[in-house]
Structure formats: C-alpha cells, structure tokens
Design a protein around this ligand. Structure first.
Ligand code: PLP
Length: 440
C-alpha cells in the first residue's frame, strides 16, 4: 500500500512505512489509536512525559491560561507565567541567575553555545574560540547542536558544514579498550583532557550531557567523572556547559544531575520534561558572572543577539509552573527513586536473552543493547531498521517502543506506578524475545 499522508516523519526511512498508527487519545501511560488498540507509552512520548497523559491538573492549567493570554512576546514585554517560571527554575538551580527561554532543546543548546562564545568576547578575551566536546554527545539536530554533539551515524552527511570542536573520549564500560579497567580508562581520559587544557588556552567552553549520554547510546558516566571535569574547567578557566535536557528533572533519579554529580555549571539547558511533556519549551540558564558580562551601554553592542517568536510563551510557562509545583506536592523524585528499583528485578531475566549484550540503567532510564555475538559484542544489524521491527513486535504486545539503533530504550513517564512499570518491562522482554528471530 502506498503512503498517502503528507507528513514527513522524523528520523524515518519513509519508504519502510505504508502508514503510521494514528493516536487518537491518551490517558495515563496508555496511548489509544483510532482502532481502539492500546499501547503502553514506554518512551514517554520521546522522553518528555512526566505525569502520564491527560493529567487533569495540567490540562486545567492549559485551559485556564489559554482563556487569559495565549501568546504575547518577551520582546519589550513580559508575562506573569514566564516571570514566575524563571523565578521557580532559578530557585531550584544552585549557582544560576537568569533564564533565557526557547521552544526546544536544540535551540536551548544553540543559545548556550552562543552565550559561552560571546562571554569571552564581552570580557575582551580573543583567544577563547574553541568548544570542547565529548564523543557521542547529543545536543539536538540543528547545526550548532550537531557540531557540539556529533553522533557519527546521525550527522555524517553534514560533517563538512559543522564547526570543528576539540573532542574528547569518555569511558564506555561495555567497550573498554584492551588492558584497561574502568577506573584506569577514566583516569586516562581525564589526563588527556587536562593535557589539552594545559597546552593552549583557546577553549571557551566544555559541553557535555549531565549524568549520562542518552541519544549517543545510554552511556552512564562513572562516579566522579563529571565532577572531575567540572574541576578541570575551573582550574583552566573554561566555561562548563551542561545539557540536562534528557537527564534532569528526575529521569536519572534526581532533580538535577549536576547537583548529584557535584558539578555546578556556568550554563545549563533544560527541556523535555520542563512542561511535563505537554507543550514545547526549553530554557538556558547562566550564572551571574556570565550574565553580567552582557551588560553595558546599548552601543557597546554586547547584548545577546538571540530571540524566538514564541519565547516565554505563557501557556507553556503556565503548564511548566504547574508541573514543577506537582513535583514538590507529590514528592516525585522520592517516588521515582522507589519505583526505579523495579527495573533491578528484571536484570537477570533480560541478561539471559541471548541477543542482550549489555543493560545500562539509572533511575527511569534503561538501555538494553542487542548484539549478534556476545563475545565480540557485535551490534545486531538486520536489513530492516531495528526500530521498525521492535516497534511492530511491541505493538502486538501492547507497548510503544522506539529503539535507538540496536538499543531498546525503556524511558517511561516518570510518575508511572510500580504495577505499570512491571507490566511495561514484562512486555518489553516479550517483545525482545519475539523479535529475536527477525534480527539475527
Ligand atoms: C532531546 C535532546 C536535545 C534536543 O532537544 P529537542 O527538543 O529535541 O530539540 C538536546 N539534548 C539532549 C540531551 C536531548 O536528549
């Protein structure tokens, strides 16, 4: 059958799909399509849903705000929800001072990079023009975000147009170089970073995801690694820029990974869960030192040249405020820490499936890496996209999955109940077992 829709889907070989299941409504962790089939939302609608779908408080907030003010810009004006939200997020973010709004995570990271580069200009430093990054980092799909991220499979086609960065290796526990223990390799990586930092003072900022790399393959940093990088940045006068878009707001079991990792950044970006997964909004925060460097006379031309049409949208800000209020009222972080233990019950059963090479889990995130040869750790590589195979098998089991290459991602809505999470993992295991014959 020919696909007659006019929609071009993200990261999708359109030729593989005749049509896409149409979701008509959703409630809690369940998505319902037009045929009435229900699927458990195992990817939190692309890693952003917090309270489940159709949450009455969030829906009410959207309705109430949309009756008062739908959009009014932050160009020359302000609005109450955006003001309140900025205050709330500065209050919950140690070391941060101001909030710059945008509509999506990629933009929030573009803004972080622009602020970092301009900071050095503002204070008259002409040498600091390079950005340091880590391999397999992911910060979004726009050009600046691709440049500082660079996952080779995603961005290879644009390599020539991406700006160059100073890229460092980070420890990957599953694929350590021969002869290294994890600790040895971590120290080796840190030494390399320090060596480069001390060689030349051209590095403006070091950019990394906070706590773990997610899209780059679910790489959870070893203990102390992020803290040590933040200390190296201080020592060598390099801005430390963190991306909490996927990992903050409870995904890895704490409100902010940078607090847990004892690594206060100069600039940090939030996105995905900020509005509970209901509307599109992101934020870039900076400390006082950076913000102050942008102040001056108008003709000094040192203000931040950046702005989006929908910046500080009042409906998105209102729902973000309600979302944050509910985190406190419902002790969400505590609840996540308890619920996340459910994953551990299944480690054994999952690892016994012969195509499972590695399980990487923290908080409400689990990546199950599939390999065709466990000894050689060869990623499975079927003809069809792995994602499509698992999506279709998952659908039969009543679960919505979106794999990341050969990694099955379990990224549930954060407030999922223990019983629902049990069901989700059981269905994911069934899916892996039933899809097995199609991928090896
Ligand atoms: C999703 C993501 C982004 C990009 O956010 P978008 O809203 O998709 O543009 C940036 N950084 C990380 C770590 C992400 O997971």
């Amino acid at each position: 059958m020919k696909n007659t829709s006019f929609v071009w889907h993200p990261n999708t070989q359109m030729n593989e799909w005749d049509k896409f299941g149409e979701i008509k409504s959703a409630k809690g962790v369940w998505l319902t399509d037009t045929k009435g089939a229900k699927m458990l939302d195992a990817v939190a609608s692309m890693w952003c849903n917090v309270w489940g779908h159709s949450n009455s408080e969030l829906v009410k907030t959207i309705i109430n705000q949309s009756k008062k003010l739908q959009h009014s810009s932050l160009f020359n004006l302000t609005n109450e929800p955006a003001e309140k939200l900025a205050k709330n997020i500065v209050k919950m973010s140690p070391g941060m001072h101001k909030v710059f709004y945008s509509d999506n995570g990629s933009s929030a990271m573009e803004i972080a990079i622009k602020i970092a580069l301009q900071y050095w200009k503002n204070i008259g430093d002409k040498k600091k023009t390079q950005i340091a990054t880590v391999e397999n980092g992911y910060h979004g799909d726009t050009f600046g975000a691709m440049s500082v991220g660079y996952v080779p499979e995603f961005f290879g086609k644009f390599k020539k147009q991406l700006f160059s960065t100073v890229q460092f290796s980070i420890p990957n526990k599953y694929r350590l170089p021969k002869g290294f223990t994890l600790l040895d390799y971590q120290n080796y990586c840190l030494e390399k970073i320090e060596k480069r930092f001390s060689k030349n003072d051209d590095i403006a900022a070091f950019v990394m995801e906070s706590g773990a790399q997610v899209a780059g393959g679910v790489m959870i940093y070893p203990k102390g690694f992020q803290n040590k990088i933040s200390r190296l940045c201080k020592k060598y006068n390099i801005l430390f820029v963190l991306d909490e878009i996927a990992t903050g707001f409870g995904r890895l079991g704490s409100m902010l990974q940078y607090e847990e990792q004892k690594s206060i950044p100069d600039i940090v970006a939030y996105g995905k869960m900020l509005t509970g997964g209901y509307l599109t909004m992101a934020a870039t925060l900076t400390n006082k030192k950076i913000y102050n460097s942008f102040l001056g006379e108008f003709n000094d031309w040192r203000h931040l040249f950046h702005g989006h049409t929908y910046t500080g949208n009042p409906i998105a800000a209102a729902v973000a405020n309600e979302n944050l209020k509910m985190y406190e009222k419902k002790h969400l972080i505590k609840k996540i820490q308890k619920t996340a233990k459910i994953f551990e019950k299944y480690y054994q059963e999952i690892s016994e499936i012969d195509i499972v090479g590695d399980i990487r889990h923290k908080g409400m995130l689990m990546g199950i890496e599939l390999v065709s040869d466990r000894m050689k750790k060869t990623p499975i590589h079927p003809k069809k996209s792995i994602n499509k195979i698992f999506f279709e098998e998952g659908k039969k089991q009543g679960i919505y999955l979106r794999t990341l290459g050969n990694i099955v991602m379990l990224v549930p809505p954060l407030a999922i109940t223990e019983n629902e999470l049990d069901l989700l993992i059981v269905r994911a295991i069934k899916t892996i077992k039933s899809a097995r014959s199609q991928v090896v």
